[in-house]
Structure formats: structure tokens, C-alpha cells
Design a protein around this ligand. Structure first.
Ligand code: SF4
Length: 235
């Protein structure tokens, strides 16, 4: 964990939220640089950042809100924003004071870091990371602890799927959700790769429809949602 008055931020920009249940809303994105894991398909991991202090971030956000707002949320994204929890503990209250609502995009692993800032967060977009897709290890224990804490807020779970998804791993996600939060939205998102999009792959979409059907025996709200910004070819 980084303890610093600055954070590595690769970009601050206004765009349309392209993922999950808030798709289509205008968000003001703060993209943090580092991540605590390394998914094979990650499209953000190579983006270099700059050190920003709290004042510079707040000023950029206020300026962008004036120029391109209003925005539905300030979206803390990455990388993994919770790597910077000490910085967020200082930033989030300042954004709240200025009436911004906060949306946290996270890989759902750092539950202690979440507890440091959850009081200021309005929406949590939590990933679950099956190893068969990420080529990392599984994080079931971490995901379970995180989920139990995150469900105190508006929450949805997203799992990125490729044709390599292991059905047992997928069902582990489903059963964890059935145990702790069976009514929250469970989003199945086709993988994006540098040179191609999963939403163009008919075989993957067929597989996802089968997985949606399987998950729907256990959960109330299972949706297939591709990344809108990739379809629209915007940032
Ligand atoms: S958790 Fe997200 S930011 Fe981190 S490596 Fe995986 S895809 Fe990239």
C-alpha cells in the first residue's frame, strides 16, 4: 500500500460510462496508475501516470465539471484505485463536500482498503476474477470478504468472460453471490483484447448465453452487457 500525499494518475477525463448497470451515464473518470494484480488481458496496465496531489486532482475535476458537466458520478478507476486508499481517504471527503457522487470500479480484492473509504462511496462496481480468464491466481477468499462489505452500498458484480472460462470457477462466483447477495445485478462482460472485441465473437456470445442461463437458476438478475465505449469507439 502506498502512503503518500500524491498518487500516480494516468488520466482525468469526461466520457460515457461504458460498463455495467450505469452504462450510458456521463462520468468524470480518475484513472489510477497501478494495480495489485496483473490480468493477462489488461488494457490499462501499460499506461504511465504522473504524480498528482489532492489539490491538483480536485481542481481538475472541478474544471472538467464546469467545462463538460454535469456528470452523474466521479468514477474512481484504474489500475486499482484501492491501492491508493490513503490518498482516497483525503480526496473523497473533499469531493463529497463539493457535492460529487462517487463510483468505485475495483477488482474486489482489497477489502481492508475498501473499509477505509466506503463511507464516501455511492456505487461499487466490483469485479470477480476467475483465473482461467485472467491467467492470475483465484481470489475467492478476498472476493468473499470484499463482497460482504461492499453490499452495504449500491453494488453490482462484473465478471469478464473469454472462451477459456472454467465452468467450475464461474459457478464459484455464482454460488458466492447466491450466498451473500442473490438479488444484486451479476454482469457478464465479453473480454476486450488489444486487437479484437469479445462482443464480435459469436462462439463466445453463445457460451455466455449458456452461462447466463446456468447462473439464472441461482440469481435473480444476470445480464450480458458488452463495453459500450468500445462499440461507440470512444475513450
Ligand atoms: S484488475 Fe483491472 S487494472 Fe488490474 S490488471 Fe486486472 S484488468 Fe488490469
Amino acid at each position: 500500500m502506498i502512503i503518500s500525499k500524491t498518487a500516480g494518475i494516468s488520466e482525468i477525463f469526461s466520457s460515457i460510462q461504458g460498463e455495467g448497470t450505469h452504462m450510458g451515464e456521463r462520468h468524470l473518470f480518475v484513472r489510477f496508475e497501478r494495480c495489485n494484480i496483473h490480468c493477462e488481458y489488461c488494457d490499462e496496465i501499460d499506461k504511465a501516470g504522473e504524480a498528482f496531489d489532492i489539490d491538483s486532482v480536485v481542481k481538475r475535476i472541478v474544471k472538467l465539471e464546469e467545462e463538460a458537466g454535469p456528470h452523474h458520478y466521479v468514477s474512481l478507476t484504474g489500475g486499482e484505485p484501492l491501492v491508493y486508499a490513503p490518498f482516497l481517504r483525503m480526496l473523497c471527503p473533499q469531493l463529497r463536500e463539493r457535492k460529487f457522487k462517487l463510483y468505485l470500479e475495483t477488482n474486489g480484492i482489497l477489502d481492508r482498503a475498501l473499509s477505509e473509504i466506503i463511507e464516501w462511496v455511492d456505487v461499487i462496481a466490483m469485479d470477480m476474477k476467475p483465473a482461467s480468464v485472467t491467467k492470475e491466481k483465484n481470489y475467492w477468499e478476498e472476493h468473499e470478504k470484499f463482497l460482504k462489505a461492499a453490499k452495504a452500498k449500491e453494488l453490482f458484480i462484473k465478471v469478464i468472460l473469454s472462451k477459456e472460462i472454467d465452468t467450475q470457477e464461474f459457478m464459484t462466483c455464482v454460488k458466492m453471490l447466491r450466498t451473500h447477495a442473490p438479488s444484486i445485478p451479476f454482469i457478464l462482460q465479453p473480454i476486450s483484447l488489444k486487437d479484437r472485441e469479445g462482443h464480435d465473437d459469436r462462439e463466445l456470445l453463445r457460451l455466455m448465453a449458456e452461462l447466463q442461463q446456468m447462473a439464472s437458476y441461482y440469481l435473480r438478475d444476470v445480464r450480458i452487457i458488452p463495453r459500450l465505449h468500445r462499440i461507440l469507439n470512444i475513450k
